[in-house]
Design a protein around this ligand. Structure first.
Ligand code: DMJ
Length: 632
């Protein structure tokens, strides 16, 4: 266990089923002691009388205490934690209760009229705790998606991204129509048929020619957004079902053919590199690849291609995509690390890491995410080294990077810009907010915490990681609520004991954390990023705690209020700390591909895309976990 874990382990103990049993044992011991005393007392008749008196007194005390344990006036538990706490106490005193079991006290029966009027007042109260209409809220997210698409379709169809204020399109990702492909599976999940049909037709008509004719694209961005989006569209449109029959519109095979064609172009980044580390850029029409201007690749970029290439190999039956991409992870396994943590740059020429900068934000983030996800995707394989690398890296995160803010103790993940010999920087990118979700997924492997505990599947470390996930999710949520707009900036700094950061806060004076979180002028923008709502979605699925839905809804409302553009689309912001916020004239593709998809899933039926059957790539495109390849 890491020495410097900055938060109390008491909460982890509280959640552990083993500790619950121990308190039950204590109760039994206490009962046995009471029985001994009883035997001594009955030896004399005065003793018998006293004994009777004592028993009556005890029974009275127990009954009055038990009724104070169940204070719920409306008959409902406020949350899972409360229910568990009540059960814990009730179990411990069960023996005494059996002395005199009264029928449970039920609330008085209401007439049908009273029931109707009570329900009406509950729903009109606006209080989230009494049952918001999640279906209606989910519908609002769907409407937001349709609004985002309408702006893109009207002003930027065929371009990578929409500029919603100047009503134009821009090709920031090489010109493969990235918004169309990133948005397609979201439209399928939401059941927005018109968008599915428009996107499908565009892909069929234009994408093949663009794949052959366009110029430079980034290997990572093109793989996660375009290859990933096409593969998930193939699956969700029924491509893997026998006969590959399509309903109306674009046939699933079109998505797979395009994914394969594009991947065939991208493979040159791997095969032309002198090491196992691919070059960062590919020139599509030349079928050539080259390194970034500084000669280096980002560590996260080269290690965030494998889910997509593995799935492509399994769909096409051609192993080359998986083989090339997995060479990267096999090579990374052999490199020296700092307690499982890696520098953010790597050289495709030497195959070695470059520099000492370690962080879980930009250029580092999805290295850690894919270690566990590629392992989850291939549980029947012998790639356990990935799980080992993941476990070691998370220990390293806890030991070297996790710290607590002052004065109010938000748990955050800092950076080591000068390696392990330098000091921790209290800087945290919004990008790091993917980590709570990944930690939770790594702990339970996608099933609910309740089920995992019932089946005794969680190690002490899993519970510790789940606790850290919940703490970090809170921090990520507070990065939103600390600002005037309710939207997080791109980067925050935390005040740490003895090292206070200078700079302004987020502008929301009502937030408890105004003194914990510093936002520097250059970091105040918001690009409609998904990481926090992604983690809220995963944590809700795993813990079943409704607070994650409430937080997600608050974030959605802030997006609606400050980023929605009347003429269509949503805009990034220049500054989340001032009102009204200055807009930035760009709608990133991941707003449709990730942010709105995760919000929609967070507010809806938990059986849709279950986390033990699907793994989401880093751009929120779900791929099925192959049952056949799983050990169990
Ligand atoms: C997305 O393209 C992916 O989630 C990636 O892993 C990180 N950055 C963006 C979203 O913020």
């Amino acid at each position: 266990m890491s020495k410097s874990l900055p938060y109390s382990m008491k909460d982890v103990h509280y959640d552990n089923a083993k500790f619950r049993q121990r308190s039950f044992f204590k109760v039994i011991t206490q009962n046995m002691l009471t029985s001994n005393l009883k035997r001594e007392c009955v030896k004399c008749s005065t003793g018998k009388f006293l004994m009777l008196l004592m028993l009556c007194g005890l029974a009275y005390l127990m009954l009055t205490r038990m009724s104070s344990i169940h204070p719920s006036t409306d008959g409902t538990a406020k949350n899972v934690g409360d229910q568990k706490g009540a059960k814990l106490i009730a179990d411990g005193s069960g023996r005494l209760r059996r002395l005199w079991r009264k029928p449970p006290r039920l609330p008085p029966m209401l007439t049908p009229d009273e029931i109707t009027s009570r329900n009406r007042s509950l729903h009109n109260s606006g209080n989230l705790d009494v049952g918001p209409n999640w279906k209606a809220r989910q519908q609002r997210v769907k409407e937001a998606f349709i609004h985002a698409w309408s702006g893109y379709k009207n002003y930027a169809m065929g371009f990578d991204e929409l500029m919603p204020l100047s009503h134009r399109g821009v090709d920031g990702l090489g010109g493969l129509g990235a918004t169309i492909i990133d948005a397609l599976d979201t439209a399928m999940i939401m059941g927005v048929d018109e968008v599915v049909s428009e996107a499908g037709s565009w892909i069929e008509e234009h994408l093949p020619e663009r794949i052959d004719g366009k110029g430079q694209v980034n290997l990572f961005e093109t793989t996660i957004r375009i290859v990933g989006g096409l593969l998930s569209a193939y699956h969700l449109s029924g491509g893997e079902q026998s006969g590959n029959a399509s309903q109306n519109g674009t046939k699933p095979a079109v998505y797979l053919e395009n994914a394969r064609k594009l991947a065939d172009h991208l493979l040159i980044a791997f095969t032309s590199s002198p090491s196992a580390i691919p070059f960062s850029d590919v020139v599509l029409h030349d079928r050539a690849a080259h390194p970034a201007p500084d000669g280096l690749s980002s560590t996260s970029e080269v290690s965030t291609l494998q889910l997509e290439f593995n799935y492509l190999s399994s769909l096409t039956g051609d192993p080359k995509y998986s083989l090339e991409s997995m060479k990267v992870l096999e090579h990374l396994k052999t490199l020296p690390k700092v307690e499982g943590l890696v520098p953010i740059y790597i050289s495709p020429h030497s195959g070695e890491f470059s520099g000492e900068n370690i962080r879980l934000g930009s250029r580092g983030d999805s290295y850690y995410e894919y270690l566990i996800k590629v392992w989850l995707q291939n549980q029947g394989s012998n790639w356990t080294y990935l799980h080992n690398m993941y476990e070691e890296s998370i220990k390293g995160v806890k030991h070297l990077l996790v710290r607590k803010s002052v004065p109010n103790g938000l748990v955050f993940v800092g950076e080591l810009p000068y390696g392990p010999q330098g000091s921790v920087s209290p800087k945290m990118d919004h990008l790091v907010c993917f980590l709570p979700g990944t930690l939770a997924l790594g702990a339970t492997k996608g099933i609910t915490k309740e089920k995992a505990m019932r089946e005794n599947l969680l190690s002490f470390e899993d519970l510790e990681n789940l606790k850290l996930a919940e703490d970090l999710a809170k921090t990520c949520f507070e990065m939103y609520s600390v600002t005037s707009t309710g939207l997080a900036p791109e980067i925050v700094y935390f005040n740490m004991e003895g090292e206070s950061e200078s700079g302004p806060g987020g502008g929301n004076k009502d937030s408890k954390y105004v003194n914990d979180i510093i936002i520097k002028p250059a970091d105040r923008h918001n690009l409609l990023r998904p990481e926090t709502v992604e983690s809220l979605f995963i944590l809700f699925r795993i813990t079943e705690d409704p607070k994650y839905q409430k937080w997600g809804w608050e974030i959605f409302e802030a997006f609606e209020k400050y980023t929605k553009v009347d003429s269509g689309g949503y805009s990034s912001l220049d500054d989340v700390t001032t009102l009204p916020p200055q807009r930035r004239d760009k709608m990133e593709t991941f707003f449709l591909g990730e942010t709105l998809k995760y919000l929609y899933l967070l507010l809806g039926d938990t059986n849709v895309i279950p986390l033990d059957e699907y793994v989401f790539n880093t751009e929120a495109h779900p791929f099925p976990i192959r049952r056949a390849s799983r050990k169990q």
